[in-house]
Design a protein around this ligand. Sequence first.
Ligand SMILES: [Zn+2]
Ligand SMILES: [Zn+2]
Length: 282
Amino acid sequence: MEEENTTIIMASLSTLSPSHLTNLTHSILSISHHHRRRLAAVLSSPTLFSLTLRHLLSLSLPDKTHLIANHLLSLLNPLLINRKHQSLTSYATNMKLRDLDAVVLLLFLCETHQLDPDVLEASADNWREILGNMCSDTMLSNNSGLWTCDAGILMPYIETLVRCKRFVDIMGGYNHLRRGDQKQGYEVPAARAAVVALRAVEVFKGAGEEVECVICKEEMSEGRDVCEMPCQHSFHWKCILPWLSKKNTCPSCRFQLPTDDVFSEIQRLWEILVKTSDLHVA
Ligand SMILES: [Zn+2]
Ligand SMILES: [Zn+2]
């Protein structure tokens, strides 16, 4: 599964133009640096470390899942900027610094545990020192000139993204079950920002043509202002607004508008990514 996800991301990246790829590399570089700086800050200050660890330990499993999901979303966003369907919005991930520190520490703990499961057997009092050593080791190995080429920047980013995705796939599914949504895909309203950004267009008909709003099955009169979705299907405002307050999909073609629900948003962005990688294969 992990390999498949990596392949999807790589295939999608290979469809980008060189200038998009350069932009993407820059935004990934700045995100990665920011995360590394936070990790270094947490590991170098005993006070910040113990506060962050305490915050992390106080979180329930669903809370941790939510945190990782938000982090995943912020990692996914740069991949989809410049993509046609994404132009409408970019999800505003305003993670609190305290939460960012917690998630960066959590991911580093997982990474460390994966490298050496015994390391964290030590008492938590010694974790900061142990992790600090691990951290400077990995930073040194990553600094060996690799950061100057694209692969050196992209690979750690993709690995983190894929790791978060796996966690959210497992735990996010669990959360949905707990909310009683069962298997039948659950519905979420469209994001307010996306609804506000919808275009008003005037109904224009060819001779003898009838244009029907599929929600109410009534005709849309010539010259009237109606709502046009990004997929170019149009509806009466009075019909589409209540619809979008419950679902984020186009009634005609199921095109998805952005949502404020972090799990649905990950799914939506991931589907776009899969589509762009398929296009390339085809
Ligand atoms: Zn209607
Ligand atoms: Zn549509």
